[in-house]
Design a protein around this ligand. Structure first.
Ligand SMILES: NC(=O)c1ccc[n+]([C@@H]2O[C@H](COP(=O)([O-])OP(=O)(O)OC[C@H]3O[C@@H](n4cnc5c(N)ncnc54)[C@H](OP(=O)(O)O)[C@@H]3O)[C@@H](O)[C@H]2O)c1
Length: 287
């Protein structure tokens, strides 16, 4: 039996949606911390188990009888390393054979505070655990682009402190489909995969595509983090969140998310969603 954590979140839930199309529900378990958010999974025959990453005994109980676990990484700024260590230790104690971990893409040596730092610590811990591991280095979600450039079509420019950096954005549902394909196939023991888009885009590319779709000039202006953060705070985001967005921009600037990868395309059996398609359906749904 295969268990997906974070099953009430975006990636975990979409991975289960994909698994349900290829394997029987009786072979799928979901780890949640709030069962009231998982009634649809129960209705579809998924074995919903309850545990918080901080609750070690509950994790051991939840992992009984499970062969493979997909550990959907914990959210940033919540002591991710302790949570991931708990999951890894509990999986081992419960007799799990193989653990997949959702890390973040690392196309350069840039170490993003909190995110890459905790990924590196988790990966080292997992590799030393004796469990069979598979590390999925996920690209930046297309769905996160709106946080960086705003959720409305800009009038004439987008301002982001990302320099000339590029990102191989990937749609979360396509990441989920690729993840489900890896979970249900063999030969991934002790392997690491980058799961990103097949093309990388700069913010000049984003502005150019928005211009073409809007039918007016929209340009990209590289900015400094401080005014960018101030602008996000003025738009209503808490300062810590605004700073976090700026850290992602910095990661893009330094190439951390820059290198496209063909693994998602190969696993999907088709080209993943392009920037143009994503922007069109998200920013111009009526067109
Ligand atoms: N590649 C990217 O662009 C990108 C962007 C954002 C995040 N991420 C990372 O990828 C992960 C998955 O992304 P997502 O979009 O699916 O995030 P999400 O929608 O926020 O889902 C996170 C899931 O983790 C669960 N969770 C959080 N803390 C937990 C805990 N202490 N114990 C048990 N479960 C816990 C949440 O449960 P609840 O439903 O109860 O909250 C939720 O189901 C994120 O957690 C983050 O590490 C990647």
């Amino acid at each position: 039996m295969l268990l997906v954590t974070g099953a009430t979140g975006g990636l975990g839930h979409e991975t289960i949606d994909c698994l349900l199309t290829t394997i029987p529900a009786a072979e799928i378990a979901a780890l949640v911390r709030d069962a009231s958010k998982a009634t649809d999974l129960v209705q579809r025959g998924v074995d919903v188990r309850r545990a918080d990453y901080f609750d070690y005994p509950a994790l051991v109980q939840a992992f009984r009888g499970i062969e493979k676990v997909l550990l959907v990484s914990a959210v940033a700024f919540t002591d991710r390393v302790s949570q991931h260590r708990n999951v890894i230790d509990a999986a081992k104690e419960a007799g799990v054979k193989h653990l997949f971990y959702t890390s973040i893409q690392r196309s350069s040596d840039f170490v993003m505070p909190e995110v890459t730092e905790s990924d590196l610590a988790t990966e080292a811990y997992l590799k030393a655990s004796g469990l069979v591991y598979t590390i999925l280095k996920n690209g930046y979600y297309f769905e996160g682009l709106g946080y960086l450039i705003g959720s409305e079509v800009p009038e004439s420019e987008i301002e982001v402190p990302a320099g000339e950096g590029k990102a191989a954005f990937v749609k979360r549902a396509e990441l989920a489909a690729a993840t489900a394909a890896l979970l249900t196939s063999e030969a991934h023991d002790n392997q690491e995969y980058t799961l990103a888009g097949s093309e990388a885009y700069s913010f000049h590319d984003v502005a150019q595509e928005l211009s073409a779709l809007a039918g007016r000039p929209i340009v990209y202006k590289n900015t400094e983090p401080a005014p960018y953060i101030a602008q996000k705070v003025a738009a209503g985001f808490p300062e810590a969140v605004a700073k976090f967005f700026a850290q992602w921009d910095d990661a893009i600037k330094h190439g951390m998310l820059a290198v496209p990868d063909g693994t998602v395309e190969r696993l999907l059996g088709r080209k993943p969603t392009s920037l143009r398609e994503y922007l069109k359906t998200t920013y111009f749904p009526a067109n």
